[in-house]
Write a new protein. Structure first.
Length: 267
């Protein structure tokens, strides 16, 4: 099936089943979210550079006490007359600020801003409002003018009980092994990039086995990353409207990837 045909088919299917999908989306008592991220990239044209980011840090230090540097490391290997030398260069491009309990993390960078909430995740409205409060401070402090990329990312950990004969008992998106091969699977990593043309975005979906902290369970990473390259004024509301769209689409994608058997585990 060609990409264009596949996309049209997917959009038609969504239009027919969208209402049904919305009805199935629910809040889970045992939400599997380990990290939620809102990321906004900006043009690196604001004056002040790192000093502006330091000013931002001073404004939020009452809630985000811990600070560390974000560093780019560049290395060069030179071979001359049979001798090898390695030269390195480190460049600070931003700062990472954490709440006292390390559950909330802010990155203020020369190229943008991100806000993360680690488990336990409460709800979108609380997460979004804190991100927006911090973004407003970042935007005013740096005087950035243009948002170039908008992204929402949710990293989920699904703990599936053993014995497990087939991943598709719990996951509708899973690797397919040829029937001519042994069906045993000890590890896997799968990355899919799926256009979301109706909202002018891209989905990067990552699924992989990860170490389990529970006996007799298999743990699966389900990483949903939605992003779009844009050209928005940073003091506009367009990127926040788009983030609301991404949040709804993220819910649809999560529900589309799991089965009722998984839903029962999360209740």
């Amino acid at each position: 099936m060609g990409i264009a045909i596949a996309t049209l088919w997917a959009l038609a299917l969504r239009s027919k089943t969208g209402k049904k999908m919305e009805e199935k989306i629910q809040h889970y008592i045992k939400a599997p979210i380990t990290e939620a991220v809102i990321d906004l990239r900006v043009e690196m044209s604001f004056e002040g550079g790192l000093s502006s980011l330091n000013d931002f840090g001073h404004r939020i230090q009452a809630e985000y006490l811990k600070r560390s540097e974000l560093v780019n490391v560049e290395s060069q290997i030179q071979i001359k007359e049979g001798e090898t030398s390695i030269a390195g260069n480190q460049t600070v491009f931003g700062y990472r600020y954490s709440s006292p309990d390390n559950k909330q993390i802010v990155q203020a960078r020369l190229d943008g801003f991100s806000f993360s909430r680690l488990a336990p995740y409460e709800k979108w409205e609380i997460f979004r409002d804190e991100a927006r409060r911090l973004w407003d401070l970042y935007q005013v402090t740096t005087n950035s003018t243009t948002v170039t990329r908008v992204a929402v990312r949710y990293i989920n950990r699904l703990d599936l009980p053993l014995p497990l004969n087939n991943l598709k008992e719990y996951l509708l998106t899973a690797p397919e092994i040829s029937h001519k091969l042994s069906q045993g699977l000890s590890d896997y990593f799968m990355q899919l990039e799926i256009p979301q043309e109706d909202i002018e975005a891209t989905l990067v979906l990552i699924e992989a086995l990860i170490p389990s902290s529970k006996d007799n369970f298999l743990s699966v990473l389900l990483d949903i990353d939605l992003f779009s390259h844009v050209d928005f004024a940073s003091n506009d509301d367009k990127h926040w409207s788009l983030l609301e769209t991404f949040r709804s689409r993220k819910n649809e994608i999560f529900e589309a990837c799991i089965t009722d058997k998984t839903r029962e585990l999360l209740k």
